[in-house]
Design a protein around this ligand. Sequence first.
Ligand SMILES: Cc1cc2nc3c(=O)[nH]c(=O)nc-3n(C[C@H](O)[C@H](O)[C@H](O)COP(=O)(O)O)c2cc1C
Length: 180
Amino acid sequence: MKVLVAYATAKGSTRGIAERLGSCIEGLGQEVDVRAATDVSYVHSYDVIVLGSAIHDGQWLADASDAVERLRSQFEGKRVWAFSVSSVGVTSTTLSRRLARLLRRVTPEPRAVQLLRDAADVRDHRFFAGAIAPGDWPGFGRVVFTLMGGHYGDARDWSDVCTWAGTIAAESTRDTERRT
Ligand SMILES: Cc1cc2nc3c(=O)[nH]c(=O)nc-3n(C[C@H](O)[C@H](O)[C@H](O)COP(=O)(O)O)c2cc1C
């Protein structure tokens, strides 16, 4: 079973999550490559593809959406998993907890994930909270972030990241056993 974890990041927190997903999946006995989405042209040699991106303005970064377009014809027969890294994850957030609860209910999937679902067998899409530093937001965004009860820092929940990696590894093992 060979797994590719591909990611797009602006400030590095998504790369950190991709690397941790990779090491957790590897720890469960699978062979894993972790690569920037821009460096991926072929996925033929992988059985499982995990593709993720930082969220800017509600959407995946162009590097990740471009990868969906570029690779879509190669996804047939592969198991694909998607993740998004934003201010609000399933288990943690850089915003106020009350606002995060609301946003979890109403935030739509990024368009690139919807396109991915059209092209591939997407097993799951998960939101993780990332990290944010005072200089990251442009001027007005910084004001809105403060009004939304935002706090700077690293909200990545490593335990949730590794639990999700475990789900990917377990389902991949089950699929392989079913095929043999
Ligand atoms: C310009 C900009 C736009 C952002 N837009 C959103 C957004 O629309 N929704 C959200 O939840 N978080 C948003 N964020 C927060 C980032 O998604 C979050 O900080 C993430 O961890 C960034 O990942 P990276 O470190 O891999 O670039 C934005 C951050 C920046 C700098």
